[in-house]
Design a binder for this molecule. Structure first.
Ligand code: NAD
Ligand code: DAU
Length: 360
């Protein structure tokens, strides 16, 4: 049994799918079940993992990681052999509008989870204790921003977070590090670049552009559109996490990325071209005509890039998707999954769009 915080979100939900598909591929006679511990904020959606919940392979506990009683009870009841910590407030723009939730969940919540895990782990028998893992899922944004000529982020790049989101993730990384160093807790940390793929909440660049384009709405590109992100298909990230869980050295951090640096404007035009092929507009115009440059994100990091040599050489992980193959799958998924899309576009989603884009 493993416990997954944030398992109803984008990456956590994809991870639940990946976990069971991977075990099926390996031909295991019995599948190891998961407990998803998720507050179900606006970003959490049980529909994402509905088939596993229905089949009884996954159990959902709706609770806050900062609720220590709820965490204690879940650990006592399910006795997981590992905790995979995905739960977080994850959107940079929201952290600019309201940083408080980010400090609360990403720092106070991670601290609460670590404290309860320390108690739980401390009471284990020696063999169980040695086998236990706390895997913390983090981001490349903790390293700050690169110029066009800087080398990519490695595990020894100094932390220099620039947004309330990345600062709160950096704080959580430091806590995880301290719990290993001070208490000997068997922790692992992954710092990954930008993910994309199915079940991505449409506040983030790629799903926002796909859905706005399909509705004939403007495609809001921040600033000059030349900021660079290092894109990784979400299932490649999920596989990296599985392999780090199996083979990672405790106390270590592993950077995860696909050597896939792309300028934002090129991401958006690629999406437009895919949609021109798959869902041409009724009036014959190109989706690119919807691109609109808008006021930049405050403190917008210019470039992220991951040096993945450590995870490649030590763990043997490498991504299996190119951006071309991953974006094809992603655009097709959004064209075919209206039911899921409808469940996430609630009133609060519309309020967010008004708050973030009205003044730009
Ligand atoms: P997401 O926002 O889609 O999902 C977050 C999930 O956490 C949701 O299900 C939400 O309900 C849950 N959650 C939020 N606050 C909680 C709380 N207090 N208690 C319990 N559950 C809570 O995020 P994501 O994009 O899936 O990111 C998952 C993790 O991966 C985050 O830690 C993020 O920092 C990290 N990460 C994301 C990316 C990316 O590109 N999306 C890249 C690298 C790392
Ligand atoms: O690098 C990893 C990080 O990637 C994760 O830690 C975060 O959780 C995740 O949200 C993501 O952060 P970004 O800020 O890079 O992702 P976002 O999709 O919000 O933006 C990607 C780029 O696109 C960024 O340069 C800002 C730009 N952008 C974004 C939106 C929403 C636009 O130009 N227009 C938009 O409307």
């Amino acid at each position: 049994m493993i416990l997954i915080t944030g398992g109803a979100g984008f990456i956590g939900g994809n991870f639940v799918h990946h976990w069971f598909e991977r075990q099926a591929k390996l031909g295991l006679s019995e599948q190891e079940p998961v407990v998803v511990f998720d507050k179900l904020t606006y970003a959490g959606n049980p529909n994402t993992i509905a088939e596993h919940l229905k089949a009884g392979r996954a159990t959902l506990i709706q609770a806050d990681i900062a609720d220590r009683d709820a965490v204690r009870q879940a650990l006592a009841q399910y006795r997981p052999r590992a905790i995979l910590h995905f739960a977080a407030e994850s959107h940079v723009d929201r952290s600019i509008h309201g940083p408080g939730e980010f400090i609360q969940t990403n720092m106070v919540g991670t601290f609460s989870l670590l404290e309860e895990t320390r108690q739980y782990w401390g009471q284990m028998a020696e063999a169980e204790k040695a086998a236990f893992r706390f895997l913390h899922v983090s981001t490349d944004e903790v390293y700050g921003s690169l110029s066009d000529t800087d080398p990519a982020f490695s595990e020894t790049t100094p932390y220099a977070p620039n947004s309330p989101y990345s600062a709160s993730k950096a704080g959580s990384d430091h806590l995880v590090r301290a719990y290993h160093h001070t208490y000997g807790m068997p922790t692992l940390t992954t710092n990954c670049s930008n993910n994309y793929g199915p079940y991505h909440f449409p506040e983030k660049l790629i799903p926002l552009m796909i859905l706005n384009a399909l509705e004939g709405k403007p495609l809001p590109v921040y600033g000059d559109g030349l900021n660079i992100r290092d894109w990784l298909y979400v299932r490649d990230h999920c596989e990296a996490i599985c392999q780090v869980l199996e083979k990672g050295r405790t106390g270590e951090t592993y950077n995860v990325g696909g050597i896939n640096e792309i300028k934002n404007i090129d991401v958006v035009t690629t999406i437009c071209q895919k949609l021109d092929e798959l869902r041409p507009r009724a009036d014959g115009s190109k989706y690119e005509s919807l691109i609109t440059y808008v006021k930049d994100r405050p403190g917008h990091d210019r470039r992220y890039a991951i040096d993945p040599r450590k995870i490649q050489s030590e763990i043997g992980w490498a991504p299996s998707e190119t951006f071309e193959s991953g974006i094809n799958k992603t655009v097709s998924w959004y064209l075919e999954n209206n039911a899921w899309i409808d469940t996430v576009r609630s009133g609060s989603y519309r309020d967010w769009l008004a708050q973030n884009y009205a003044g730009r």
